[in-house]
Design a protein around this ligand. Sequence first.
Ligand SMILES: NCc1[nH]cc(CCC(=O)O)c1CC(=O)O
Length: 309
Amino acid sequence: MSTLVVGSRASHLARAQVREFLAPLRERFPGVVFRRRVITEAGDQDRRSALRDVSERGGGSAFSVNQVNALVSGEVDVIVHSLKDLPTANPPGLILLPPPTRADVHDALCGSTLADLPYGGRIGTSASRRIAQLLHVRPDLVPVEIRGNVPTRLGKLRTQQLDAVVLAAAGIKRLGRGDEISEILPVGLFPPSPGQGALGIQIREDNEWAREVLAGSGDPVTDAEVRAERAMLAELHGGCSVPVGAFGKVDGDVLTLHGQVTSVDGGRQVEARLSGPVSEPEKLGALVAGLLLDQGAEGILAEVRPTAA
Ligand SMILES: NCc1[nH]cc(CCC(=O)O)c1CC(=O)O
């Protein structure tokens, strides 16, 4: 029997994502053995090196570089990532396949609704985009840096005496903890991280076997939406650590993209929204990025862009 080796990180979320990805494939290909391989990343072990490396570095980050190497060496056939954690520049020889239908794109508050948060409430998050967006609508709030995987961050609600934490609804739900969500934040005010909720399905370009098995696994609607979001991010030269929100939505054959850049103190925010044909997502992403840059996005991003070590 033929085997397809599927790599991912070790976290509960990564495991849930692999299960979700493989369920329909196992049904479609009863004769194929799908074997999981866990790949540990520096970012999973050493928080400080993760912090240094998490900014984009031409195709590798502390959360994906070992997985990418396993693909290149042929140790695994496919990697299932969270798309939003993947740099927009693809390493040479590797490609992203169209992702399956994406999960909930929203950010979610756990612990309290926005309206019920006390003045000066302590909000756990480490994402600059989330801090910026929250301070934009509620300048009184106090962001508290929390790190770790999703269950750890949910746990910090109590251990760090926070009033709420912000997390991706997709991650919370994939871990079966959707009942802990207090409020789904509206995408109009809180556009998510580009690619949020979608899987990043990465293979070697020359791996015909993987292409054949995975050919039908993608969703064209999700693909168009995340292509537009990531093209916008690439044009802004942003990685996953910049305060950039993007939400692409397909309706029939029209794709609409909302882009937003916010200063980390919440004080300045630029936004743009455009629609175009669903067949040209990258062009739409570049156009929206251009409108953001025209309004001064560059200056806002310069404040937060990590300086080279
Ligand atoms: N950066 C960490 C990360 N990467 C993917 C998810 C959740 C799943 C997703 O957004 O696709 C999370 C946690 C979070 O942002 O709350």
